[in-house]
Structures are given as structure tokens and as C-alpha cells.
Design a protein around this ligand. Structure first.
Ligand code: HEC
Ligand code: HEC
Length: 448
């Protein structure tokens, strides 16, 4: 089952706000109302077409040779794999998500076209949260590092055209250097020796947050009106610039789908109205100046604040005027120019319960640890993606800790916060709170 449900109404309803909810039903009504605000209007038909396109109606025969993936079986004596076996391996070994709607068993974000395998947006923009597929969240489930490592081994056995090179692309599960890969590939077409190719590691802001803000990307360097850069990653996935340009109408539709995208709602526990109200008040006094006001009728606003709160700086520091000018001089920057910033966009917190791990680099496993920096693990690995692996109390991922990544059963699945680009430092605003205040704040965050 997916959480991509019917598109919600986009009109902002008036809401009382400010008073304590009188019952669980009253609280539910407020939660339903909270998600309805938007800066934008998007056409319903366009959004439906965009949803279909994102699920797989790709155009063009770009992608990677299927034979390269079939050869993965040579690594462990299974021989050349059938196409169905390739799909099973992508799911069982590399964490791609099951797509019950695909008759041949291709995972979410993977499409066969002729003798090629296309990876699409959803290979990076879908996740399994508490056992359920969530579209538009981040990509915590796919193990790009293991896939890249196995493909590199294959290249050394010889004579096999290795389909995709991911050298230096992944840092830890669910976080990778999408910008770095994009710049690396763009520079192969437009020489630019002084342009950075290392942007630390990133995980994407949730797609459903787009309609509440004006700035796009983790550092707010883009504009929510821009559409073209969304597809820049397809350069890394084997599409040519011309093939990407031909997708422009599809990107318009994908934009509309994001603008109308529903927010995943917390159903993992019943919320306590009293605790929620205490959390709402704390949020208004301590957090809203950066993250926005979510309840309170007409006062609901998102400030689009870009600020340096001491989290890992590499991603925003590397996007300098030079890198921005490079995008703006290309087709990708023409529809809405980028600008350099000096920090990260304080994220929209709608559906934040479903976007763990936290911060732009996915370095912190739970909301509790976001709000109490002394509890952030240094070297950790999530226990899995099942409902039992979701930590309902601290909100986020259950995890094991290690002294060194090599101590874990699978070192490619370990998050090492000592590595540059993966630091879990900063955003210590919650450290001054008591445990009781943290519990209340988290009760409120669950409802957004
Ligand atoms: C290889 C993985 C990958 C692929 C494929 C990919 N993305 Fe992304 N996407 C990312 C990452 C990582 C970010 C965060 C980058 C940043 O802001 O620094 C991102 C950011 C975004 C954002 C910005 C969200 C926000 O609110 O700031 C949008 C929108 C987006 N991607 C759409 C798409 C679409 C549409 C496609 C397919 C055409 C796509 N992406 C393909 C990894 C990917
Ligand atoms: C001074 C501005 C500021 C204040 C105040 C602030 N935050 Fe943040 N917050 C940020 C920024 C910026 C980020 C992004 C940091 C990054 O990704 O590296 C962030 C990230 C987060 C995240 C992670 C979201 C995600 O999807 O990864 C959560 C949760 C969060 N803040 C909650 C809170 C709460 C709760 C409070 C109040 C106790 C608060 N913040 C106060 C600026 C602020």
C-alpha cells in the first residue's frame, strides 16, 4: 500500500487555533486542517498526469544496459540473471521497494525500456517508513553504496560494460552526493575546471513540503517555481540533455503533482490533546521563528528562513557564486535562477515523522536526538524498515551503535558521523528543554 492518496483540497480553511483541543476528534480535525495551506495552485489533471509520469511513464530509451545488471549474478555463482531475477536482486539485496502494480515485478523507480534499465525519480524519492511505502520522502531504503561497490567489482572481472559508476556518490544509507554527481557529469559536457564536484551528502526535503515554501533545495538556493533542475539527476542516470529537455511538459506535470501531494499522517499512536497543546505553545515560542507557524488560523506562515545552525557545512559552503552561475548559464537555470546562500533552509515540518533520519545529511536517527544533541549516536545503523524498526516513542529509526563501521554485520549500511559531510553536530536549540518539554514538542510534531 502506498500513501499516495487522493489529492487534497488546496483552499486554506479558517481555523480557530490557539485554544486547547477538547477531544481526540477535535485534534484530528485540526490535523486535517493544518495541511491545507499553499502558496500555489496546481491543475488537477496536470497533477494526475504528473503522478502517472513519476510512477513510470518515461519517454526515450535512455538508461543503462540491462546486461550489466544481469551480470551481477556472476559475483556469487548465480550466472547471468534473468530480468525477473535482476528485479528480485534489486529488491532483496539493494533495498529497492516492491511495486505491487508492476506485472513483471520491477521495483518502484525502475523501468525496463528496450534492452535498458531506467532508474527514475522514485528510485531516490521513495522510502519504506514503518513498513509502508511513502512516496516523496527520502531514499533511505536503497543501498546505492552496495550496488555501486558490486558493480565496481564486476568491472574488474573484465569485459563487462558496467552500467553506472557511483564512485564517491554515496556516504551512508539514504544520503548521497546528488549535486556532486550532477556537476561531475555536466562538466563532461561543458568544461569548467573551477567548479566544485563535492557537496558532502544530501537527502531530499519531502516533496509534499514544496507548496508551503518559496525556496527549493536544502540550502534554499533554488526557487519552488523552478522545474528543470529536478531532472538534472537524469544526466547521471544515462539521459542526454536533449532527452531531458524533451521531458519539460512532464516536469510541469510533476510539479503540479508535488504541489497537490498529500502529507502522510501519523497513525502509529493516539495523540494526547493536553500534551499536544503544551507542545504547540512551546513550538510557537521556540521553533516557529525559523520553521513557521502551522496552526493558528490566518497566522499560518512559512518564513523561508535560511540559517546556519552549526550543522555539517559542506553542502551549503560548496554551492558558491561560481556553482550558481554555472547552473544559471545553462538550460537548467533558465526557468528560475539560483542564488548562493549561507546556511540551510529551516525545513517545513509537515510529515516530519515520516522523513527520518534528520538534517540535510540524514545524520540523526530520531526527533528526540534532534532535540537532545547529547543522545545523538556517533556510528550507527538502522535496524531495518519494518514497522517494528520504527521508534514510535522517540519518533524515527531504531538503530544499533558500533565503535567502528567494520564491527557491523554490513559496513555499507553504517552511518559514521565522523566522516566529513556526515556530521551530526549543530542545531542544539533543543538541549535547553526538559524531557517533559521534548515529549510535548514531539507530540505536536507528530501531528504536522
Ligand atoms: C540519484 C538520486 C536522485 C534522483 C534520481 C532524483 N533526485 Fe531529486 N533530489 C535528490 C537529492 C539528494 C536532493 C536534495 C538535493 C539538495 O537540495 O541538496 C533532491 C532534491 C529534489 C527536489 C527539491 C525538494 C525541495 O523541496 O527542496 C525536488 C523537487 C526533486 N529532487 C525532484 C526530483 C525529480 C522530479 C526527479 C526525477 C526527474 C528527481 N528529483 C530525481 C536525489 C535525486
Ligand atoms: C534559528 C533557526 C531554527 C530554530 C530556532 C529551530 N530550528 Fe530546527 N532547523 C533549522 C535549520 C536551519 C534546520 C536544517 C539543518 C540541516 O538540515 O542541516 C533545522 C532542522 C530541524 C529538524 C530536522 C528536519 C528534517 O527533516 O531533517 C527538525 C525536526 C527541527 N529542526 C525541529 C526544530 C524544533 C522542534 C525547534 C524548536 C525547539 C527548532 N527546530 C528550532 C533551524 C532552526
Amino acid at each position: 500500500m502506498t500513501r499516495w492518496m487522493a489529492a487534497p483540497l488546496l483552499t486554506a480553511l479558517g481555523c480557530a487555533g490557539g485554544t486547547e483541543p477538547t477531544s481526540a476528534d477535535d485534534l484530528q480535525a485540526r490535523m486535517d486542517d493544518i495541511g491545507l495551506l499553499s502558496h500555489f495552485e496546481a491543475d488537477a489533471d496536470s497533477a494526475a498526469a504528473g503522478e502517472a509520469w513519476l510512477w513510470g511513464e518515461t519517454t526515450g530509451t535512455w538508461g543503462f544496459p540491462m546486461a550489466g545488471f544481469q551480470a551481477l549474478g556472476l559475483l556469487d555463482g548465480a550466472g547471468v540473471l534473468s530480468v525477473v531475477d535482476v528485479y528480485d536482486r534489486l529488491k532483496d539485496q539493494y533495498g529497492f521497494l516492491r511495486n505491487p502494480a508492476d506485472p513483471l515485478g520491477a521495483p518502484v523507480g525502475v523501468r525496463p525500456v528496450d534492452s535498458r534499465l531506467q532508474f527514475t525519480c522514485l528510485s531516490c524519492h521513495a522510502d519504506r517508513v514503518a513498513g509502508e511505502v511513502v512516496i516523496g520522502g527520502s531514499s533511505g531504503s536503497v543501498d546505492w553504496e552496495a550496488l555501486g561497490t558490486d558493480l565496481a567489482v564486476l568491472a574488474n572481472i573484465g569485459n563487462i560494460e558496467v552500467p553506472l559508476a557511483l564512485e564517491g556518490f554515496t556516504g551512508a544509507p539514504g544520503t548521497h552526493d546528488a549535486w556532486g554527481l550532477g556537476y561531475q557529469l555536466a562538466k563532461q559536457q561543458v568544461p569548467a575546471p573551477d567548479i566544485n564536484e563535492d557537496f558532502g551528502y544530501q537527502q531530499s526535503p519531502a516533496w509534499w513540503s514544496r507548496r508551503f515554501k518559496h525556496r527549493l533545495y536544502l540550502d534554499g538556493s533554488g526557487s519552488t517555481a523552478s522545474k528543470r533542475t529536478m531532472a538534472a539527476m537524469y544526466l547521471g542516470y544515462g539521459a542526454s540533455l536533449e532527452q531531458i529537455q524533451a521531458m519539460e511538459p512532464d516536469l510541469d506535470d510533476a510539479w503540479a503533482a508535488m504541489i497537490r501531494m498529500p502529507i502522510p499522517q501519523w497513525t502509529l499512536s493516539t495523540l494526547d490533546p493536553e500534551l499536544w497543546a503544551q507542545g504547540e505553545a512551546l513550538f510557537a515560542s521556540t521553533c516557529a521563528q525559523c520553521h513557521g507557524h502551522y496552526s493558528g488560523g490566518a497566522d499560518r506562515t512559512f518564513p523561508d528562513r535560511v540559517v546556519d545552525v552549526g550543522t555539517d557545512p559542506i553542502r551549503h559552503e560548496q554551492m558558491r557564486a561560481e556553482e550558481v552561475d554555472f547552473i544559471n548559464a545553462s538550460w537548467f537555470g533558465e526557468d528560475a535562477p539560483f542564488e548562493p546562500t549561507e546556511g540551510y533552509l529551516a525545513p517545513v515540518l509537515h510529515g516530519v515523522w515520516a522523513t527520518a533520519p534528520y538534517f540535510h545529511n540524514g545524520s540523526v536517527p530520531t526527533l528526540w536526538a534532534v532535540l537532545d544533541s547529547s543522545t545523538r549516536p556517533e556510528v550507527w545503523a538502522r535496524t531495518g524498515h519494518r514497522e517494528a524498526d520504527y521508534d514510535v516513542e522517540h519518533v524515527g529509526l531504531r538503530y544499533d551503535t558500533y565503535d567502528e563501521p567494520g564491527d557491523a554485520p554490513d559496513a555499507t549500511r553504517v552511518y559514521d558521523t565522523r566522516v566529513p559531510g556526515l556530521s551530526a553536530a549543530g542545531h542544539t536549540v533543543g538541549d535547553a528543554l526538559s524531557d517533559g518539554e521534548r515529549t510535548a514538542l514531539i507530540e505536536y510534531l507528530k501531528s504536522l
